[in-house]
Design a protein around this ligand. Structure first.
Ligand SMILES: Nc1nc2c(ncn2[C@@H]2O[C@H](COP(=O)(O)OP(=O)(O)OP(=O)(O)O)[C@@H](O)[C@H]2O)c(=O)[nH]1
Ligand SMILES: C[S@@+](CC[C@H](N)C(=O)[O-])C[C@H]1O[C@@H](n2cnc3c(N)ncnc32)[C@H](O)[C@@H]1O
Ligand code: SF4
Ligand code: SF4
Length: 330
């Protein structure tokens, strides 16, 4: 197991399989690449099946025990089932998707070894959904969620980015997961860095406060020091779990970040929001990937909080002063 200078063990990897997408969500950070999604046809710059598997085998050697496949839209990759099938058995496999391609494919993904799925769904009203995603695929997404549940994926989490457009939909989304067995909700604090729209921010603390009033029980999740609120009952059968993903405002979120990332082009990076530590795995052999992985972990710093500062040009830089301070205990 590799541990960075801030005492954070790396237990998971988040692999973007493509920057292509059939949606154009107004808030999309494209896993750290911003609004640079590629054309819809398969692209030469994407990691091959073998590249992805080679990297995962190395990560498994370092005791990484979870992989999340994401994108762009990862289900645009026709080899997703093969990638999952060839993922080392020691890893829990999950997927974050917009859900449109789950109908028909969910059972094959489960057969290949997929254990759970997160489906982006920011609204319950088709018109609102279309405005946010710039897509008319609302019904397909609902079918996708249904297909995931039927295929036995557990849990099925709905991802909702909470920002100016969607903040008003939070209560109905909470009711929705409380009323539907097997569904959970992740409320994701809007990250403005890569969208250029800081004015869409809302105060996520208000959502915490409101949920605390509704909740029957509040749990803690170690990854990112997140809060989980049970509403309407304390099991997936009689209630709903709502988890808040709040990187910006939660001061201990980054201090509890245990993931290394890989871009669709095969660059290793230590943080979603940083592109100054990229390491291309290109044609690397396994020993070289091992070395690159070690190096990226060595260079990891928690991003939000006082570790990074914006310079006069609005670019983020390491706050050297802060780095001289004793890092937090793990
Ligand atoms: N800043 C930051 N945001 C994250 C991180 N992990 C997840 N998020 C945010 O949450 C969004 C949804 O991520 P998911 O992959 O669905 O969820 P997750 O929380 O990573 O994964 P699980 O809860 O383990 O399924 C991401 O695209 C980010 O916007 C992280 O490590 N750092
Ligand atoms: C980039 S998408 C990739 C996977 C897939 N296309 C999907 O939408 O689920 C992964 C997640 O990032 C979230 N996300 C995108 N832009 C965001 C932003 N600016 N702030 C917070 N979360 C964001 C989305 O809601 C989605 O749940
Ligand atoms: S579906 Fe996912 S990758 Fe596509 S635009 Fe929306 S958030 Fe971004
Ligand atoms: S350090 Fe913070 S911003 Fe970067 S990936 Fe981890 S939790 Fe996200």
């Amino acid at each position: 197991m590799l541990t960075d200078d801030f005492g954070r063990e790396v237990t998971g990897v988040r692999v973007s399989l493509t920057d292509r997408c059939n949606f154009d969500c107004v808030y999309c950070h494209n896993e750290g690449l911003g609004d640079t999604r590629g054309p819809m046809d398969p692209q030469d710059d994407e990691m091959s099946t073998d590249d992805v598997v080679r990297f995962l085998e190395v990560a498994a050697e370092f005791d990484v025990d979870a992989v999340k496949f994401t994108g762009g839209e990862p289900m645009l990759r026709q080899d997703l089932e093969e990638i999952i099938e060839r993922t080392p058995d020691s890893m829990e496999v999950s997927l974050t998707t917009n859900g449109t391609f789950l109908p028909g494919r969910a059972p094959d993904l489960v057969d290949a070894g997929l254990e759970r799925v997160n489906v982006s769904q920011d609204a319950l009203d088709p018109q609102d959904f279309a405005e946010i995603t710039k897509s008319g695929a609302y019904e397909k997404v609902l079918e996708g969620v249904e297909a995931a549940l039927e295929a036995g994926l557990d849990p099925v989490k709905l991802n909702m980015v909470v920002f100016e457009h969607t903040a008003g939909y939070v209560p109905e989304m909470v009711d929705h997961v409380a009323e539907n067995d097997g569904l959970r909700l992740q409320l994701i604090e809007y990250m403005p860095e890569l969208t250029g729209k800081p004015e869409w921010n809302i105060d996520i603390q208000r959502v915490h406060d409101w949920l605390a009033e509704q909740a029957d029980e509040i749990e803690h999740r170690e990854m990112h020091d997140r809060k989980r609120y049970w509403v309407g009952g304390t099991s997936d059968d009689d209630g709903g779990m709502v988890e808040i993903v709040d990187p910006v405002e939660n001061p201990t979120f980054c201090a509890n970040c245990h993931r290394v990332r890989v871009t669709h082009e095969g660059y290793l990076k230590g943080c979603l929001n940083r592109n100054d530590d990229l390491k291309s795995m290109g044609e690397m052999s396994k020993p070289e990937i091992r070395e690159a992985f070690r190096e990226v972990v060595e260079n990891r710093v928690p991003y939000y909080g006082e570790y990074m500062i914006q310079n006069g040009d609005g670019e983020w830089e390491l706050n050297d002063e802060y780095l001289e301070v004793e890092p937090p205990a793990d």
